[in-house]
Design a protein. Structure first.
Length: 201
């Protein structure tokens, strides 16, 4: 079951990497009760999102990153790409869209032949992608490891699980948990994000 609510809420955060056997939290907002005991996750643990068919980080350099979203190539600002390595991929220039920051604040997309929206897949999940203000696309691909982890806990619980996803954005985690068999309540303050979440569901 999926429930969508455009409400303003106050949420709590658990200490990252610690699980008390009653509640777990990912992305600071997705919470559900579990019975299994979990030891502290090792700081050396690395989770890899290996089910992407339609997303690829190709390169990053000089404050920008080059990504493939389905069949479209986007260049977006990333202040963490501080190195100045050569940009060897032809898609740096042969791109479908680029987000440029403005000196006065904010920014805008140079869209070229980029559509208003399109679909991309991760495993069994399908999401709507749209270039938005402040360089966003409606999805954070690096969070896929969290979707996988939550789905694994839900499938292995051996009972019905209810999930409350706070600050749920466009519902990627909501969809992953529902696909794994959980009953999910999706909450976000922005009505537009709630509607987008319904599209993804």
């Amino acid at each position: 079951m999926l429930s969508f609510f455009p409400l303003r809420v106050v949420a709590f955060f658990l200490t990252a990497g610690r699980f008390d056997g009653k509640i777990y939290s990912i992305m600071g907002g997705l919470c559900c009760p579990i019975q299994k005991q979990y030891s502290r996750i090792s700081e050396k643990t690395m989770w890899i999102a290996d089910k992407w068919q339609d997303f690829e980080l190709i390169d990053c350099s000089k404050g920008e990153k080059l990504e493939r979203w389905g069949k479209y190539y986007l260049v977006r600002r990333d202040p963490q790409a501080i190195w100045e390595t050569p940009r060897r991929s032809a898609h740096w220039n042969d791109r479908n869209g680029r987000y440029r920051r403005s000196e006065s604040g904010g920014g805008s997309w140079e869209k070229g032949n980029l559509p208003q929206q399109w679909k991309i897949r991760y495993g069994e999940l399908t999401f709507q992608v749209r270039p938005m203000n402040f360089k966003h696309t409606g999805l954070f691909p690096e969070q896929a490891t969290n979707w996988d982890w939550a789905a694994e806990q839900i499938r292995g619980a051996g009972r019905k699980i209810s999930v409350l996803n706070l600050f749920a954005y466009t519902g990627a985690a909501t969809c992953a948990c529902a696909k794994a068999g959980a009953s999910v309540c999706h909450v976000d303050a922005a009505k537009g994000m709630v509607s987008w979440g319904k599209e993804n569901a």
